[in-house]
Design a binder for this molecule. Sequence first.
Ligand code: ADP
Ligand code: ZN
Length: 631
Amino acid sequence: MDKKQIFSLWYVVLVVIVLVSLQEFIGVSHTQNLSYSEFKQALAAGQIDDVVLKEGVATGRLKADGLEAILPVAVVESLKKQGGEHRFVTVLLNDPGLIAQLDASKVRYAGVLESKWLGLLISWVAPTLIFVGIWFFVMKRMGGGMQGGMLEIGKSKARVFMQQETGVTFKDVAGIDEAKEELMEVVEFLQHPERYKRLGGKIPKGVLIVGAPGTGKTLLAKAVAGEAGVPFLSLSGSEFVEMFVGVGAARVRDLFEQAAAKAPCIVFIDELDALGKARGISALGGGNDEREQTLNQLLVQMDGFDTNRGVIIMAATNRPEILDPALLRAGRFDRHVTIDKPDLKGRRQILDVHAKNVTLAPEVDLNSVAARTPGFAGADLANLVNEATLRAAKRGKNAVDMQDFEEALDRIVAGLEKKNRVMNPMERRFVAFHEAGHALVAEFREHADKVSKISIIPRGIAALGYTQQLPTEDRYLLRKSELLDRLDVLLAGRVAEQLVFDDVSTGAENDLQRATDMARHMVTHYGMSETLGLATYDTQRTPLYLDGPALPEQRNCSERTAEVIDTEVRRLLDESRARVSATLTARRATLDVLAGVLLENEVVDRRMLDELLRAAAPGPATDASAPTVAA
Ligand code: ADP
Ligand code: ZN
């Protein structure tokens, strides 16, 4: 017997019990209770029509007329309400003379055999069923751990959340146009799979959405399903991993079975990192068996899945770096969509979406709200509008005004500050000048890559802002002049801080590390130091195990040479710093303007940068090579 049969049996029992008691209830409700003395009086007065004698009770009918003479008014009243039937019931006492009396009064009487089946059912069958039910429940709980048939039971427990229609479209997702555009292709495929199949087009199997919490990853996946008009199946990665080995794997199988049945559809796995953590070489103690089995099952299922069936698997994570590389390989989650925290314009658009159904006072300026919420993710903004609306409602206002927004803002900013998710104004200024420094030096160095975007929106914990440079062609060789220019760009952030604030921050750590590595490489590998000449010096670090801790540097050179290497590295960095300092001092006005624009807009793209530079002094043309992002 499987679970379904058990269930229908329970239903049958329940229905029978309800029906029987209903019948009893209806019978009773149409029957007047008489005390035994009243019954005897009615009998003596010849008012009894007929009687049925059961074990301990008598039921029957009274004659309609003349009842008032023998019975209390209330009893008669309620008998009358029955509408002509005048049924009664009375509890029999030990009265041996009753039959004789009935005979004397010529009353029709009879006995019945009481049916015992209901009692039997309740006293026998129900406990048995309850016992069987408990047994199955216990087995189900233990289920997954056992092999074979018991897996079936584990399977039916998967809490796949399905929405036939998400009701969310791209209109509800604001401020992340690039991500939307990338997913448009998926929508088109789901809408017209034949078109792609005919052309033999390859559609991605898995799309990984990467972004900080609350940036709208789930929302975006739902919107894709909504736009395409397909069902949305979702499950959280953490739900796969349960206590019993094998349950997670069964759930993965089940999920894919359900998806195949619902195709075309979208399967969304939230918190992919909970299940897709790299299968580490946790040499000691075996690691997490259950998670690895589940992950393996997911990989197997994804490989075995034919995209042409119209199932697209989407997953979300905010920690892509810890994912198992196997998950990101071709044919799995090979398409990545990154969602950044929204910039000023994006925040304004998100506020618009959420304020659409809110009555705002005329003086409310959402632009200024957007300007005051740097670092807020979409969810924070949704929360802000909601909080402001609640406040207005509590005060009985007809519209949400600026004061409500102020108060909501104070509260949410305090909350976010606690979670370390917003920068204070001083930090923002530091980051703005730091990034502006990188960008300007990149612009004014002949061999540096063109800047494509500067942003001071924090990306994660490490990068508080970034300057993106895009190469225009692939490079295989780098000249010394190019390396020196790159060094300059890397140091420019720190130098700008020093120049503007006469103080420096920790924000340059990654820059300095990369600059030092580069300088060291130039000296020890590329023969680019006059003092050391053309010899190369191997300072390779060899880790103990594949991912174990690195050993201290192993030198194949003398102490003296090592000292010279260090001096040369320092010299390269010091000279670079001097060059950058000169450039930035000469362009100080432009630096100030660029940082100002950054503070205001948070993001400066190529077009804005061109305009800005044209307004200032024109710089020399730039060159291109491998991609660089200076943080
Ligand atoms: P995530 O999955 O990235 O943690 P969600 O998709 O669950 O974030 O977002 C939570 C809520 O925040 C959404 O339901 C929506 O109301 C709001 N939100 C987030 N990003 C956006 C956006 N870009 N546009 C509109 N609303 C958004
Ligand atoms: Zn930097």
